[in-house]
Design a protein around this ligand. Structure first.
Ligand code: PBG
Length: 339
C-alpha cells in the first residue's frame, strides 16, 4: 500500500481502486459481490481479490479440521488487509472471534439476511415430521444441543462440506435432513430448497448469523468512512453487538453451543413517542448438555451491557463457561478448494 493510493479519492476523477478480499468459496464470493456492487453503485472502483485461507489449504491437504481451530478462515483475510495486499475484508460476521484486532477497524455492518436456521429435509418434511431415528446432518454444537433438546429421537451426525455438498447428501439419500443457515441458502439463491425455517423459540441462531462484517485498516480513515456511509446498517450493528456480547460474556469461542438473537423493535415510551428498543434472546448449554434460556430488553445504546448481563444470568442458571469443545465454523463451512 503506497501513501499516494491512500490519499487518492475513493470516487470520481483519479479514484483509487478498492481491493476487496474474499475467501474462495461460492458463498464467500457471493457475499463479497454484494459489498462490491454496493461500493460500485456508490461510484467506487473495486477489484475482488481471492485469498486462499489456511482453512481452505488445510482442507485441501486433508488436515483434520479440529487441528485448524476457530478463526483460521478469518486470519488469512485479516493478515492480507494488515499487509496492504487488500483494502477490505468481507467476513461472515458469525465467523469472527469476539476479540478486536489491533490495526483493523470494523468499518461497516451491512443489512442482514434472515438470521434463522433452515432445515432441508427429504420429501419436503419439517422437523416434526421426521420419524424417530431419522439422520440429520449438522456438526454445530449449538444446533445439536437445541435439536436434541426437542426430544424427537433424531440421530444427529456431523457433516462437512459447503452448502452444495451438504444439501447434496439429502438429495442423494445419504441423510434425511441437514440444518444450515437460511442466510447461506438465500445468498446462493437456493432458499426454495429449505423445507422449514426453524423457529427461534426452538432453535436460536448463532450470534451474528446472517450478518456480514467489513474490515479495513484503522489508518485508512477515508476508506473506513466511505464503507460506513455506503454500507453500514446501525440497527444490525446494534443487534449483533448484543448477540456477540452474550458470547463474550460466557467466555465462549465462536462455535460454542450458544445461540443469540437480537432485534431492534419500535416501542412507545411513556409519552406515546415511538422509541427504538433492543430485544435479545439467548440460549446456552450446561455441562450436562441441558439448555438454559433467557431474554432481555433495553435501550439500543446499552446493547453490549444487555448482552453481557444476559450472559451472567445464563451463567447463574448453570450455563457452562467457555461452552463445550467444538467449533461451528470449521464444521459448518468447509468449502472444497477453489469451489
Ligand atoms: N459456519 C459457517 C458459516 N458461516 C456463515 C454461514 C452462512 C451465512 C451466515 O450465517 O451469515 C455459514 C454456513 C452455515 O452455518 O450454514
Amino acid at each position: 500500500m503506497t501513501a499516494t493510493a491512500d490519499v487518492a479519492p475513493l470516487t470520481g476523477e483519479g479514484a483509487r481502486t478498492i481491493r476487496i478480499g474474499t475467501r474462495a468459496s461460492l458463498l464467500a464470493r457471493t457475499q463479497t459481490d454484494i459489498v462490491a456492487s454496493a461500493l460500485t453503485a456508490a461510484g467506487a472502483t473495486v477489484e475482488v481479490v481471492t485469498i486462499s485461507t489456511d482453512g481452505d489449504r488445510s482442507q485441501a491437504a486433508g488436515t483434520p479440521i479440529a487441528q485448524t481451530g476457530v478463526g483460521v478462515f478469518v486470519t488469512a483475510l485479516r493478515d492480507a488487509v494488515l499487509a496492504g495486499e487488500i483494502d477490505v475484508a468481507v467476513h461472515s460476521f458469525k465467523d469472527l472471534p469476539t476479540a478486536p484486532v489491533p490495526g483493523l477497524s470494523l468499518a461497516a455492518v451491512p443489512a442482514r439476511e434472515d438470521p434463522r436456521d433452515a432445515l432441508v429435509a427429504r420429501d419436503g418434511m419439517v422437523l416434526g415430521e421426521l420419524p424417530p431415528g431419522a439422520v440429520v446432518g449438522t456438526g454445530s454444537p449449538r444446533r445439536i444441543a437445541q435439536i436434541a433438546a426437542l426430544g424427537l429421537g433424531l440421530e444427529l451426525v456431523p457433516i462437512r462440506g459447503n452448502v452444495d455438498t451438504r444439501i447434496g447428501k439429502v438429495a442423494r439419500g445419504e441423510l434425511d435432513a441437514v440444518v444450515l443457515a437460511r442466510a447461506g441458502l438465500a445468498r446462493l439463491g437456493r432458499v426454495g430448497e429449505a423445507t422449514e425455517v426453524l423457529d427461534p423459540l426452538q432453535v436460536l441462531p448463532a450470534p451474528a448469523q446472517g450478518a456480514l462484517a467489513c474490515e479495513c485498516r484503522t489508518e485508512d480513515a477515508p476508506l473506513e468512512h466511505f464503507l460506513r456511509s455506503t454500507l453500514h446498517d446501525e440497527s444490525v450493528a446494534v443487534a449483533v453487538s448484543a448477540e456477540r456480547a452474550v458470547l463474550g460474556g460466557l467466555g465462549s469461542p465462536c462455535g460454542a453451543p450458544v445461540g443469540a438473537l437480537a432485534e431492534v423493535v419500535e416501542d412507545l415510551d411513556d409519552d406515546g413517542h415511538v422509541v427504538e428498543r433492543l430485544s435479545l434472546r439467548a440460549v446456552a448449554a450446561t455441562a450436562e448438555g441441558a439448555l438454559v434460556r433467557g431474554s432481555a430488553t433495553g435501550e439500543t445504546e446499552d446493547a453490549e451491557r444487555i448482552g453481557r448481563e444476559l450472559a451472567e444470568e445464563l451463567l447463574a442458571d448453570g450455563a457452562e463457561p467457555k461452552g463445550l469443545a467444538g467449533s461451528e465454523t470449521p464444521q459448518q463451512d468447509q468449502p472444497p478448494p477453489a469451489s
